[in-house]
Design a protein around this ligand. Structure first.
Ligand code: NAD
Ligand code: UGA
Length: 459
């Protein structure tokens, strides 16, 4: 019989790896194993070259790896040996059949459920860590509990709220931990086991318990609300550009209202990341599935506004550069969907670069962490029109324009005077993150187009 202090996490990705490293660090008396079908990923987790870039992650991993944290490809053994199983596999948007483009693709999820059943010969606690549509736990329970082995499973929901780039900070000091279970005796007992794990470093008031369906819906709702704030301020940025209002000033004024709050009001080229779009579309699907078409339309508009923002950014570039960028070298500063990560999933940079290439521009991409992922995303097809370099000075050399697409700190500290001397004239900067000092740049001689503020032009 496996000890109650054995934890398995299926899926060693952006969530599974960091979350389990933190749980292992804070619970030295538990044995934590993370498994994945992707052997390269597991090898990387077992090396000093982790598969994801996340500040301070390596330090945490090094403290526990080989002691009470293990990475392995042996999913079957992992299941057999563990009492508590977190499932943190990917749940992308379905791109085929019924619900294509909106619903969650649950094939990885269901495969995992069947594998857990196949490899188990005693009762276990299963925890949804992945973000899933409401009532997925019910489907998992059905697959697991209709068995002839005489064993039973409690399925709980414990969604993750970490953000990439700040994962360790978020895990160490979460706003809240949410644990949903059934209100049965065994459901409550299972919930206590999970509460116990988190309470070794999270205060009692921050551990919220609830029923499974509320928990599942809370995760989708939290992401939808966060994304909605960005789309709201981005919609205002479009008005600012027409009226000479300044979106950062509007955000500051609005955000000081304590009922609104200052966070997530930074106008940008658009939100990216693997989850906001997918989770909102999931909510849209769910709403329409229950006949709530107005609700679905409401949330879909958040995604549409984001697409509009990305599109507007490229159109502004084109307009400022005399309606032609064909043959012009454009330096892209930042390809990651946000700073401090190498992740490019749904990054606005993907759409923007592809559109610039359609306009026959020569694009050079620089990013401190995301160049390899950018190469994979853009592939071979775009041949000599796109190139990559790690040094932003080299990227800007001979360029007609710089587009800031990720708010990496290093881009705030570059010598833009020296850069200007190496660029074609007139030189343009499109600040898709509003991180630079626009007036200073204008004084140096640049033509500057921020988000949600008038362009500064020398002609
Ligand atoms: P990811 O793609 O980085 O990792 C998922 C891993 O699961 C992959 O390595 C994949 O190989 C593995 N996998 C898939 N099927 C498997 C199977 N049958 N057996 C073993 N391994 C399997 O995904 P992620 O970004 O870690 O996201 C995981 C879930 O967490 C998603 O539902 C996502 O919505 C949610 N989430 C993500 C974040 C984030 O910041 N990325 C934050 C909160 C929640
Ligand atoms: C987001 C949520 O913040 C997490 O709580 C959640 O767990 C996670 O999604 C998830 O479910 O995957 P993440 O996508 O990693 O985290 O990063 P965010 O900091 O939320 O940024 C998302 C995007 O919005 C980025 O492209 C970022 O640049 C953009 N953003 C963010 C803005 O444009 N303006 C802002 O004010 C804030």
């Amino acid at each position: 019989m496996s000890s109650k202090k054995t934890i398995l996490c299926i899926g060693a990705g952006y969530v599974g790896g960091p979350t389990m490293a933190m749980i292992a660090l804070k619970n030295p008396d538990y044995k934590v194993t993370v498994v994945d079908i992707n052997a390269d990923r597991i090898n990387a987790w077992n090396s000093d070259n982790l598969p994801i870039y996340e500040p301070n992650l390596l330090d945490v991993v090094k403290k526990v790896r080989g002691k009470n944290l293990f990475f392995s490809t042996d999913v079957t053994l992992g299941i057999k040996d563990s009492y508590i199983i977190f499932v943190s596999v990917n749940t992308p948007t379905k791109n085929f059949g019924h619900g294509a483009g909106y619903a969650a693709d649950l094939q990885f999820w269901e495969k995992t459920a069947r594998q857990i059943l196949h490899s188990s010969d005693e009762n276990k606690i299963i925890i949804e860590k992945s973000t899933l549509p409401v009532r997925t736990a019910e489907a998992m329970e059905s697959i697991l509990n209709f068995n002839e082995k005489g064993i039973s499973f409690d399925v709980l929901s414990n969604p993750e709220f970490l953000a990439e780039g700040t994962a360790i900070k978020d895990l160490e000091n979460p706003d809240r931990v949410l644990i949903g279970s059934r209100e049965t005796e065994s459901g409550r007992r299972a919930r206590e086991e999970i509460v116990k794990i988190y309470s070794s470093w999270v205060s009692e008031e921050q551990i919220l318990t609830s029923n499974v369906w509320s928990t599942e819906l809370s995760k989708l709702t939290a992401n939808a609300f966060l994304a909605q704030r960005i789309s709201s301020i981005n919609s205002i940025s479009a008005i600012c550009e027409k009226t000479e209002a300044d979106v950062d000033e509007v955000a500051r004024a609005v955000g000081t209202d304590s009922r609104i709050g200052a966070k997530f009001l930074k106008a940008s080229v658009g939100f990216g990341g693997s989850c906001f779009k997918k989770d909102i579309l999931n909510l849209v699907y769910l709403s329409r599935h229950y006949g709530l078409s107005e609700v679905g339309d409401y949330w879909e508009s958040v995604v549409k506004m984001n697409e509009y923002q990305e599109k507007r950014f490229v159109l502004n570039m084109l307009k400022e550069m005399f309606n032609t960028i064909s043959g012009k070298r454009i330096a892209i500063f930042g390809f990651a969907f946000k700073a401090d990560t190498g992740d490019i999933r749904e990054s606005p940079a993907i759409y923007i670069v592809k559109t610039l290439l359609e306009e026959m521009a020569n694009v050079v991409i620089t990013d401190p962490q995301a160049i390899n992922n950018a190469k994979i995303e853009l592939g071979e097809t775009l041949d000599d029109k796109v190139s990559y370099c790690t040094d932003p000075y080299e990227a800007a050399n001979n360029a007609h324009a710089i587009a800031i697409l990720t708010e990496w700190d290093i881009y705030k500290k570059l010598d833009y005077k020296a850069i200007l001397q190496t660029m074609q004239k007139p030189a343009f900067i499109f600040d898709g993150r509003n991180i630079l000092n626009h007036k200073e740049l204008f004084k140096l001689g640049y033509n500057v187009t921020p988000i949600g503020k008038p362009s500064l032009r020398h002609f």
